[in-house]
Design a protein around this ligand. Structure first.
Ligand code: IPD
Length: 274
């Protein structure tokens, strides 16, 4: 039987809330860096690990046959068509510094397609949720992207990876983008950035290199609120096999073509050579 997306969303919201509570409790006892990953500035805290362990055990308790892809752990391969794509804390550096912009992000895929997603801002408790074809909400209130202004009046969110060389390329492209738009923001959580596009707090988001756990849930929230979301070809190899491109982009559908033309002009999007 095909799983019901609304039921998957209920599981996602319940698990994300419990994980967020755990992350909050950890913070009140002080944040410790447990390890570094791709570079010395790519940190993982004890709370990232504890949150992912909790999410894994709660998901498997509710749905023992599902698969899980998480940022911090070994993949769990189940037998059902459902795979959970989980970021136990998206925005870990904000968490470390106490900037209230970090989230638990959980997406449920059925046969490879995201059908439900939740992004729970741990610091504020604000919860963004969506079901494929069922719209997106913030704390239960329906969300809609903002009206599209001319390109030069758009506020664009972006992010940077942890690798120095990757960052140097990202900085060059952002330097080209900045004079052409209203302004650029680097908030620190890809999942929340996508939700900000969904709620009309930004006109677009672009970043090269985020992983599926960063964008899967937020992408559904953005798309269900009226944005176009795409993985476009860029200068990096896409982080997952079969992913069409490494550049993660979202913008209100009505302004999408101008947005992607701008991204191509600024060097983010590169058409693959024949
Ligand atoms: C990071 C955040 C950040 C983005 C990075 C991500 P993490 O995720 O989403 O905004 O710019 O590319 O890696 O490491 O905090 O889970």
């Amino acid at each position: 039987m095909t799983p019901d997306p609304a039921e998957l969303l209920d599981v996602a919201c319940s698990v994300a809330r419990q994980a967020a509570e755990l992350v909050r409790q950890h913070r009140s006892h002080g944040v410790t860096v447990a390890d570094t990953k791709s570079s010395s500035v790519d940190v993982v805290t004890e709370a990232d690990r504890a949150s992912e362990r909790l999410i894994r055990s709660l998901v498997l308790e509710a749905r023992p046959d599902d698969s899980i892809l998480g940022e911090e752990g070994d993949d769990h391969v189940g037998t059902s068509p459902v795979r959970w794509v989980v970021d136990p804390i998206d925005g870990t550096v904000n968490y470390l510094y106490g900037i209230p912009e970090y989230a638990v992000s959980m997406a449920a895929e059925v046969d490879g397609r995201v059908v439900a997603g939740v992004v729970h801002n741990v610091a504020t408790g604000v919860e963004y949720a969506a079901v494929l074809g069922g719209g997106a909400t913030r704390d239960g209130v329906p969300l809609r992207v903002r009206d599209v202004p001319p390109v030069q009046q758009r506020l664009v969110l972006t992010g940077f990876g942890y690798d120095r060389e990757v960052r140097a390329g990202q900085a060059e492209r952002v330097a080209r983008l900045l004079p052409r738009v209203r302004d650029v923001r680097r908030m620190g959580s890809c999942a929340l950035d996508l939700c900000h596009v969904a709620e009309g707090a930004a006109d677009g988001y672009v970043e090269e290199g985020p992983h599926p756990w960063d964008w899967s849930a937020g992408a559904l929230v953005a798309a269900e609120a009226g944005a176009t979301f795409a993985l476009l070809p860029g200068s990096l190899v896409a982080p997952c096999e079969g992913q069409p491109g490494s550049v993660v982009a979202a913008a209100p559908a009505a302004g999408w073509d101008e947005f992607t033309a701008l991204l191509a002009d600024c060097g983010f999007v590169i058409e693959p050579r024949e």
